[in-house]
Design a protein around this ligand. Structure first.
Ligand SMILES: Cc1cc2nc3c(=O)[nH]c(=O)nc-3n(C[C@H](O)[C@H](O)[C@H](O)COP(=O)(O)O)c2cc1C
Length: 159
């Protein structure tokens, strides 16, 4: 049983979640930025895909990959995750962004938490963050959720 974890991240939160999951798994796992993934989906039974959310959307490379591979992905066990500042909206946001071939599978969506780092943000992003009443950098990464997902992927959901 082999797992593939693909992520798309702008400033590192989604990547950190993917890496934390992979590092804590005991079973076979391959991890890659979706933009540089060059393996074959046929080699994997489970495919975990995650992205950060900006302005209500997941990142384009992930969206493109899902659309281009929707038919292949349909026959896999699919697990999703999202990094975003609005926890209660992460499931609905990601579900409206993925192709219909995958929405019908009703895949589980895990929450990676969020990080606002004013040192990394550009001018526009800082403006948006301030409009959302974020005044300084904050780190609400959900390591607990990454560890839970790692245990689930290993087949030990109650670890
Ligand atoms: C300009 C801007 C727009 C954002 N828009 C959303 C959003 O629409 N929904 C949401 O849940 N989070 C939003 N966020 C929060 C990011 O998803 C969060 O900072 C996340 O940790 C970024 O992940 P990354 O480090 O992988 O890029 C936004 C953040 C910024 C700076």
């Amino acid at each position: 049983m082999s797992t593939l974890i693909l992520y798309s991240s702008k400033y590192g939160t989604a990547q950190r979640f993917a890496q934390t999951v992979a590092e804590n798994m005991k079973s076979s796992v391959t991890i890659s930025d979706v933009e540089v993934f060059s393996g074959k989906l046929e080699d994997f039974e489970t495919v975990v895909m995650g992205s950060c959310i900006y302005m209500g959307k997941i990142r384009k490379p992930m969206k493109k990959f899902m659309s281009a591979n929707a038919l292949n992905l349909k026959s896999k066990k699919i697990v999703l995750f999202a990094a975003g500042g609005v926890e209660k909206e992460h499931v609905s946001t990601i579900m409206k962004e993925i192709p219909s071939e995958l929405t019908v599978l009703n895949p589980p969506v895990h929450y990676a938490g969020h990080v606002y780092d004013f040192n990394k943000m550009n001018f526009f992003e800082r403006l948006v963050a301030r409009a959302l009443k974020i005044k300084k950098s904050e780190d609400h990464f959900r390591e607990d959720n990454a560890l839970k997902l790692a245990a689930e992927l290993d087949g030990n959901p109650h670890e």
